[in-house]
Design a protein around this ligand. Structure first.
Ligand SMILES: [Zn+2]
Length: 340
């Protein structure tokens, strides 16, 4: 089969690989749709830390089961699934504590090992989440939405609370759409006026703020009846933005970092202490989040229509990836495999 390998930064090539052999406990699946993620773009540009080349990218996958043994999940050949690409060690302390998303020896396919930019892969049966009503493109979006949804779950957002989401890239959008399924006041901030307009006009978000406005904190208080939000979720990965969250959360509030900065951040401890803030990291997502997000997409509570702005075919990745990711209006590009 013809697989697409990122040989070195800026350089995809088509390689010939044997059909993968299925082990016990695994399914053989056909990859139908692949979402392009920020991680893939960083790897392409050679900016993904600790990344090893060559690598077959692709961790946001909509797949069809081709071969599978009898299993207690009720999965069978022909089922359409989203892949939970975080392969964990079940015996690790984090996995045993129910946190398979941040297992000590986590292997994220398409990042730490070869992923789905190829026609066929094998997947542990328990990493397949079935949703036969959804399209393959929708299934490929589930993982991204789960990353944001996990951040909302980490925040323990309650009815009637106010949440500020900073950053409206795909991860921020996932958080925003999951927050919209809850009964909260949602405020969205970004430095891009275009993205804020997208949030208002397409997602119908009432409260948007320009993150680089000179009086940002005053603007925020004006939307919170003079107070500050109980939850601040940062999906920027930007040092200034992340450090500022400590002055944007209410006393007793919670801060969630979904975005990742490769470096240190600092904060003023008396301010942190005075407010008795809770600071949380949010990494990947857990299996139950996949189930919840799939249910929300199936019911229409999360609308995936606005997400996909670009499509390319797998075999065109070597020639079209660079121009596709350079498009100014890019939100999500989906790679489709050849139906044959
Ligand atoms: Zn991703």
């Amino acid at each position: 089969m013809k697989s697409i390998q990122l040989e070195s930064p800026g350089n995809f090539k088509t390689i010939e690989e044997p059909t993968p052999e299925r082990q016990a406990g695994e399914a053989l699946v056909r990859v139908q749709s692949i979402g392009v993620c920020g991680t893939d773009i960083h790897a392409y540009h050679g900016r993904q830390p600790f990344f090893e080349y060559p690598r077959i990218l692709g961790h946001e996958l909509g797949v069809e089961i081709l071969e599978i043994d009898d299993n207690d999940l009720g999965l069978q050949a022909g089922d359409h699934c989203s892949v939970e690409p975080y392969f964990n060690d079940k015996t690790s302390p984090a996995s045993r504590a129910g946190k398979s998303n941040c297992c000590e020896s986590l292997n994220v396919i398409g990042v730490h090992s070869d992923g789905g930019m190829r026609p066929l892969i094998t997947v542990p049966i328990n990493k397949l989440h079935k949703a036969n009503q959804l399209s393959y493109e929708q299934l490929a979006l589930i993982e991204t939405i789960c990353i944001g949804a996990h951040g909302i779950e980490r925040s323990q957002l309650k009815d009637g609370e106010t949440i500020l989401v900073i950053g409206t890239g795909p991860i921020g959008l996932g958080a925003i759409q999951f927050a919209m399924t809850q009964n909260c006041r949602l405020i969205v901030a970004d430095i891009s006026e275009e993205r804020l307009a997208f949030c208002r006009d397409v997602l119908n978000i009432e409260y948007t703020l320009k993150a680089d406005a000179p009086d940002f904190e005053d603007d925020l208080r004006a939307l919170c009846d003079g107070n500050l939000p109980q939850v601040v979720l940062d999906a920027t990965g930007n040092r200034f933005s992340m450090q500022r969250t400590f002055s944007l959360a209410a006393h007793g509030g919670r801060i969630v970092f979904v975005g990742l900065l490769m470096g240190e951040i600092s904060f003023d401890d008396p301010n942190f202490h005075k407010r008795e803030l809770t600071l949380m990291a949010s990494r990947n997502a857990t299996p139950d989040t996949f189930q919840k997000v799939i249910a929300a997409v199936e019911s229409g509570a999360i609308d995936t229509k606005p997400w996909i702005t670009h499509r390319i075919n797998l075999q065109d990745v070597p020639t079209q990836f660079e121009s596709t990711i350079a498009q100014p209006n890019l939100i999500k590009a989906i790679i489709e495999t050849d139906p044959k």
